[in-house]
Design a protein around this ligand. Structure first.
Ligand SMILES: *Cc1c(COP(=O)(O)O)cnc(C)c1O
Length: 401
C-alpha cells in the first residue's frame, strides 16, 4: 500500500512527517562519560576477557537487582543458549509462541524442540492454564517470557515446574529493572536472561546476561561463556565464546547510570500516548498495574478491526507512508517462521489467542529519541485515520467488513 494520506486528499494537504520515527531508536546515556571510559580501556589495553568494565557492569547489575550472580555475555541469544545448556535441558521445552524468535531458536539451535504454548488475552504472556496439556515424557523445562516489561505469571509457572520436575528459566529481555510482586525480575526460576541489544531499554550495543542466585549454576555459566576454561591450559567443560567485550561493558555501565532518566522519559511518553489515544474506538493501549515497577520501554496498542474499521496492518502501512515506522511484534509468529512452520504446520490450531494477538499488536515509537511533539503528531494521525476509517477503506478498495 503506497498511498499516503495526502494522496487520499483527506488530510487537507497536511505534509508528511518532517523526520522519520522508528520503534527501537537507541537510548544513549552520557556521551562524555562513555568516551572517557573508552579511552580508559584503550589505555589499559584490556579489551576483552573478563575486563574491569565487564566486572563492574556485572557487579552493578547484581546490586541493582539484588541477585547473587550476573554473567554478562556478547548478546541475549547466546545468554539464552548457554543458560539452556547449563540447565541440562533436552527433548522438549515449553515456551510461548508469542515472543521474539530468539527464544525458540536458542532451543532448536541445540536440537531441543520448542513446544509452543498459547498466550493469555489479558496478559499477552504465556497462558499458564494451557501448559500442563503440553507436557510429555520428553519435556524437561519451561521458559517464561516477560513481555513488554510485564512479568509473566511466575507463581503458577513455579508450581507447575515443581509439580512436574521441570527446570524453569525466564527470558527477561524486556523486563530489566521491572518487578514482580515487589521483587526485582532476575531473582526467579533457576536463572533469568537479559538482552542489552541496541534496541533494548538499557543497551551495550550488543550484549546480554544470565543472572541467578544458584552458585553452582553461575559457575557453570562462567565456564561455558569462556570455552570451558577453568585455568590457562585447562578446559573442563564444553563451552562457547559468549564473552562481553570491554567497549560494550563501558556502554552498558554508562546506560545503567541513566536508567532512572530512561524510565522517567518512557513513562512520560506512555502517559502522553495514553492521554492522546484515549477514546479512539478499537485502539487499546496496553495497561500496567500500579503494584509492579515497569520500565515502559514499549508503547503497545491492540487494534480491533471491527471497532477501528481498519486492520492493524492497514494502520501499520498507512503510518509507514507518513514516515512513522511502527512494528508488528512478533508478526507473523514463531510457529509461522522456519523451521517451525515446516515442523509443525498445524501449530496454529492450538494457538488461537496468539494468532489473534499477531493480527492486533502494534508497537509505537518511544524512548529518549521521541519527543512530545512527535507523540502528539503520531496520535493526531491515528485519530485522523480512525475518524476517516470507512472513507479510507473505500479509497484503498479494502473489502467491507
Ligand atoms: C531481544 C530479545 C532477545 C534476543 O536478544 P539479543 O541480545 O538480540 O540476542 C531474546 N528474547 C527476547 C524476548 C528479546 O526481545
Amino acid at each position: 500500500m503506497k498511498t499516503n494520506l495526502s494522496d487520499l486528499a483527506i488530510f487537507g494537504g497536511t505534509p508528511a512527517f518532517e523526520n522519520t520515527l522508528h520503534v527501537g531508536s537507541p537510548n544513549i546515556g552520557d556521551r562524555k562519560l562513555l568516551m572517557k571510559r573508552i579511552n580508559d580501556l584503550l589505555d589499559r589495553k584490556w579489551l576483552t576477557n573478563d575486563g574491569l568494565f565487564v566486572q563492574e557492569f556485572e557487579h552493578r547489575i547484581c546490586k541493582l537487582l539484588g541477585v547473587k550472580h550476573c554473567i554478562a555475555t556478547c548478546n541475549g541469544t547466546i545468554a539464552l543458549e548457554i543458560a539452556i545448556r547449563a540447565a541440562g535441558l533436552t527433548g522438549e521445552v515449553i515456551i510461548p509462541s508469542f515472543t521474539f524468535i530468539a527464544t525458540a531458536h536458542s532451543l532448536q539451535w541445540q536440537e531441543i524442540t520448542p513446544v509452543f504454548c498459547d498466550s493469555s488475552k489479558e496478559q499477552l504472556t504465556i497462558d499458564v492454564s494451557k501448559i500442563e496439556a503440553l507436557i510429555t515424557p520428553r519435556t524437561t523445562g519451561i521458559i517464561g517470557v516477560h513481555l513488554w516489561g510485564r512479568p509473566c505469571n511466575i507463581d503458577v509457572l513455579k508450581d507447575i515446574a515443581e509439580k512436574h520436575k521441570l527446570k524453569l528459566l525466564f527470558d527477561a529481555s524486556h523486563a530489566f529493572s521491572c518487578t514482580y510482586k515487589g521483587k526485582m525480575i532476575g531473582n526467579f526460576g533457576l536463572a533469568e536472561v537479559f538482552s542489552f541489544h541496541a534496541t533494548k531499554f538499557i543497551n551495550s550495543f550488543e550484549g546480554g546476561a544470565v543472572v541467578t542466585n544458584n552458585d553452582e549454576f553461575a559457575e557453570k555459566i562462567r565456564l561455558m561463556r569462556n570455552f570451558g576454561f577453568a585455568d590457562y591450559d585447562d578446559v573442563i567443560y564444553i563451552g562457547t565464546n559468549g564473552k562481553m567485550n570491554e567497549i560494550s561493558a563501558a556502554m552498558g555501565i554508562t546506560s545503567l547510570e541513566s536508567l532512572d532518566n530512561f524510565v522517567s522519559v518512557n513513562k512520560a511518553n506512555y502517559q502522553k500516548y495514553k492521554k492522546e489515544l484515549m477514546n479512539i474506538p478499537g485502539i487499546k493501549l496496553l495497561q500496567y498495574n500500579n503494584k509492579d515497577k515497569a520500565n515502559y520501554q514499549f508503547i503497545v496498542v491492540l487494534v480491533e478491526e471491527e471497532m477501528f474499521q481498519l486492520s492493524r496492518d492497514d494502520l501499520y502501512h498507512i503510518l509507514k507512508t507518513e514516515n512513522i515506522f511502527a512494528r508488528r511484534y512478533f508478526y507473523p509468529g514463531c510457529h509461522k517462521m522456519e523451521p517451525y512452520r515446516s515442523y509443525f504446520p498445524h501449530a496454529g490450531l492450538l494457538l488461537p489467542q496468539t494468532e489473534k494477538l499477531l493480527e492486533q499488536v502494534l508497537c509505537l515509537p518511544t524512548g529518549t529519541a521521541i519527543h512530545e511533539k512527535n507523540i502528539l503528531k503520531i496520535c493526531k494521525i491515528i485519530r485522523y485515520i480512525a475518524n476517516n476509517a470507512s472513507f479510507i477503506r473505500e479509497k484503498l478498495s479494502i473489502p467491507k467488513l
